[in-house]
Design a protein around this ligand. Structure first.
Ligand code: ADP
Ligand code: MG
Length: 351
């Protein structure tokens, strides 16, 4: 439901509940799930038990009209996505997310019902990921909605995975497929423009469920960590793909002080993404390299693990780690070598 329509229908203004009433109302049915969450909402600070593991902490800030547009993002999806992107950062350290806190700032054009929808999304994601919502802060803003989510996670000390651990000859692997979330965004943008020009035209989103879901309701890559753990694989380095494959690959190689080589014909792209990229006149490889928001994992493994992963369709071996002196390379389909750049790759062939 669109929040503005909601107000027209006579939604409840935030002032009727007041700040404390609002927090109570939005959080009244939250129950703690994890043993390590000692105390949740209600005191001046939440209390978590750190046990014998490393504690992981990460924050993401989402600002209206910078990171999301409420013209086409349902609030429930927005809530879900804000939790997913944080849990994804914990996954990228090979950890398990346990608690989140949520900072919210909103203008008075938001009704209680609109915030309730947002919280539906937060709560759904918390259920799905087994995470406890243990606190937050609520304040007003002069315009727009701001959501700051902080996630706490944990990882056994011998399983922590940094960006900096890749070694020469390691294999470069990614999970799932790439480019879909970016195309989902292009599709929503296009339909929104058409709608702005002529509000009588209904958006045509049929047959594009996959890319839309990948944009609006991304999943944190928890299931892949479970498979890796069952296979007894601890990646040597790892990062989540939030900004596009090429810039994440460069983050890994820079942090690890090595070079990386990626093969174009290995990059996993769903067939619906291939087709839709064509209708948008976009190269699907560019969508994968520079699109972003896929929230898959990019990681490196020692070659000894090759046999364990090679047949699993959840994982794709994209290339390998090379010496820093050999640079960052993109091998295109015709076999020619190019420099991998944050924008994708340099079309000039390497000598
Ligand atoms: P303080 O004034 O001490 O910061 P608050 O009144 O802001 O306390 O918060 C009271 C309790 O409600 C705290 O436990 C806090 O973590 C929680 N809380 C506040 N805002 C939110 C929110 N948006 N979502 C979840 N919990 C919240
Ligand atoms: Mg507070």
């Amino acid at each position: 439901m669109n929040i503005f329509e909601d107000k027209k229908r006579g939604g409840t203004s935030i002032e009727t509940l007041g700040e404390f009433g609002l927090i109570d109302y939005l959080t009244k049915d939250i129950k703690i799930k994890n043993k390590c969450s000692i105390l949740g909402i209600g005191d001046d600070a939440a209390v978590v038990d750190t046990r014998k593991k490393y504690r992981l902490v990460s924050t993401d800030l989402l600002i209206e009209n910078i990171h999301f547009d409420l013209a086409y993002v349902p609030l429930k999806h927005l809530g879900y996505k804000s939790v997913s992107v944080n849990v994804s950062d914990i996954c990228a350290m090979n950890g398990n997310a346990k608690q989140i806190t949520i900072g919210l700032a909103m203008s008075n054009r938001f009704t209680v019902e609109a915030l309730e929808e947002l919280y539906e999304g937060f709560k759904l994601a918390c259920e799905h990921y087994g995470v406890d919502l243990v606190g937050g802060d609520t304040t007003s803003s002069t315009s727009g909605l701001m959501i700051s989510v902080t996630v706490l996670g944990e990882v056994e000390k011998d399983k922590i995975t940094y960006r900096s651990g890749a070694s020469v000859h390691d294999l470069v692997v990614c999970t799932g497929d790439l480019g879909a979330a970016y195309l989902g965004l292009q599709l929503l943008n296009r339909e929104n423009e058409i709608f702005k020009d002529n509000p009588k035209i209904q958006p045509d989103l049929t047959g594009n469920d996959y890319v839309l879901r990948r944009q609006l309701k991304p999943e944190a890559p928890i299931k892949y960590l479970e498979i890796l753990s069952e296979l007894g694989i601890v990646p040597s380095s790892m990062i989540d793909i939030s900004d596009g494959l090429s810039s994440e690959a460069l983050h890994l190689s820079k942090s690890s002080n090595v070079g990386i080589t990626i093969y174009e014909d290995k990059i996993p792209i769903d067939y619906t993404v291939m087709n839709l990229a064509n209708t948008f006149n976009l190269n699907p490889i560019t969508c994968a390299l520079s699109g972003g928001e896929d929230y898959e994992l990019l990681f490196t493994i020692a070659q000894e693990h090759y046999e364990k992963l090679k047949k699993d369709p959840d994982f794709t071996i994209l290339g390998f780690i090379n010496d820093i002196s050999e640079g960052n390379n993109f091998i295109s389909k015709d076999g020619s070598s190019h420099t991998l750049t944050a924008q994708g790759w340099n079309p000039m062939k390497k000598a």
